[in-house]
Design a protein around this ligand. Structure first.
Ligand code: HSE
Length: 411
């Protein structure tokens, strides 16, 4: 089988490196007749690359090459990756990708197209980088009804929060560091604002709950407003703040899906996931909780997942393995403000009067303290309440200024 790679950036060049370096092991261990990299498409020139003779700038060289059966798309973005992928699948070629943006937007259509053409569309590397998570949900956990998935899905923000928690660095200092170390993009908006994690939780929710969910249906809140004050208060409660992407099934069958900073108790396995690592917890009704942990980004970890998909495509050539999920239904996603949870709240302008009112309105709160606390600052954790009711009650207390409102998780 001959393979092509579209997009020779960090992940694409990592894929080529793994295919070359591990060629013999891959072929032998998987009993393949052959696995040969034939063509690489990129608009840039790489004259001194060891594979310089394999480069093309013309997509048709791949599309019309009947020897190429599997194509790796590591160019990123929706366009023209979508058009390329559609044309390849229509010709019966399988496509493997790490492109979470494309899968989150067009996964339903592309899986269907793959099925219609007895091909495969695989995307293990689109969530959690090198961590096996797509295949475990599809295969190993397929006997379970999945109740909830929750994970640290973005390495950049986890690095920043870890630096804030462990060293008291401010968010901007930690972001600068992440950029210098090459973890964060020059424009880290998609990471910081939770957009990247939103795409990833969509893909996991699609797989776990069987219907396409679009990124614009995910309640998304990034880490921009998290302060060292929050970190300290939450520490006094025995927890840490992490950016969590979660999808939870409600009793009526609908799904709550959100990305937001969340308080994780120290005893949770997610609490000890530090730096650029990712961890994904899957709660099944037979298995209980399982946590998948590892390197969620980076050249070779991501390439490891891509190449595993390539091997799977070769082994299943001419036979569709990935089962398409159903098309989107807007009302499948429920309002997360109705989901009961405990909440951490930090407020300013709290005096004796407003404090009494607050305790009367909400009741059963656990008051938190930190060093050098402002005299009008007040932080607490509520009992179970839905966010809509909590915000309504807090809004009724005059002059109190809510600075942070963060759910406390139970995993
Ligand atoms: N920017 C992403 C992250 C890369 O920081 O996790 C991997 O998807």
């Amino acid at each position: 089988m001959k393979v092509a790679v579209i997009g020779y950036g960090t992940v694409g060049s990592g894929v080529v490196e793994v295919l070359m370096k591990n060629h013999d092991t891959i072929v032998c261990r998987n009993s393949l007749e052959e696995l040969e990299l034939k063509t690489i498409l990129d608009i840039r020139d790489f004259p001194s690359d060891p594979n310089a003779d394999k480069f093309t700038k013309d997509f048709n060289d791949i599309l019309n090459d009947s020897e190429i059966g599997v194509v790796v798309e590591t160019m990123g973005g929706v366009h023209p990756a979508y058009e390329f992928t559609s044309q390849l699948l229509s010709k019966g070629k399988s496509v493997v990708t790490s492109n979470k943006e494309l899968v989150a937007q067009k996964g339903y259509e592309l899986l269907l197209l793959a099925k219609e053409n007895n091909a495969n569309y695989m995307f293990e590397a689109s969530v959690g980088g090198g961590i096996p998570i797509i295949r475990p949900i599809n295969n190993c956990l397929s006997a379970n009804e999945i109740i909830e998935i929750a994970g640290i899905l973005n390495g950049t923000t986890n690095y920043i929060l870890t630096r804030m928690i462990e060293s008291g660095a401010s968010l901007d200092e930690a972001l600068n560091e992440a950029q210098k170390k090459g973890y964060a993009e020059k424009d880290p908006t998609a990471d910081i604002e939770g957009i990247d994690a939103g795409r990833k939780i969509c893909i996991l929710a699609d797989l776990a709950f069987g219907k396409h969910i679009y990124p614009d249906q995910v309640y998304t809140c990034g880490i921009r407003d998290i302060t060292l004050e929050d970190v300290e208060f939450v520490k006094s409660f025995g927890g840490v703040i992490k950016l969590i992407g979660s999808a939870k099934k409600l009793n009526d069958g609908r799904i709550c899906v959100q990305v937001r900073p969340s308080v994780i108790l120290d005893k949770s396995q997610l609490a000890t996931t530090s730096g650029v690592f990712n961890a994904i917890l899957v709660r099944g009704n037979a298995l209980g909780d399982a946590v998948f942990y590892g390197r969620g980004a980076g050249k070779l970890p991501t390439a490891s997942a891509v190449v595993a998909d390539v091997i799977d495509c070769v082994r299943n050539y001419g036979r569709t393995k990935m089962i398409p999920w159903a098309k989107n239904e807007r009302d499948f996603v429920a309002d997360n403000f109705l989901l009961p949870s405990r909440f951490y709240v930090r407020a300013y302008n709290v005096n004796d009067g407003s404090l009494a009112e607050l305790e009367r309105a909400i009741g059963g709160i656990k008051v938190l303290e930190r060093n050098n606390q402002r005299s009008d600052e007040f932080a607490f954790v509520t009992g179970e309440i839905c966010e809509r009711d909590l915000r309504q009650k807090l809004g009724n207390i005059e002059s109190v200024e809510i600075k942070s409102l963060i759910p406390v998780t139970d995993y």
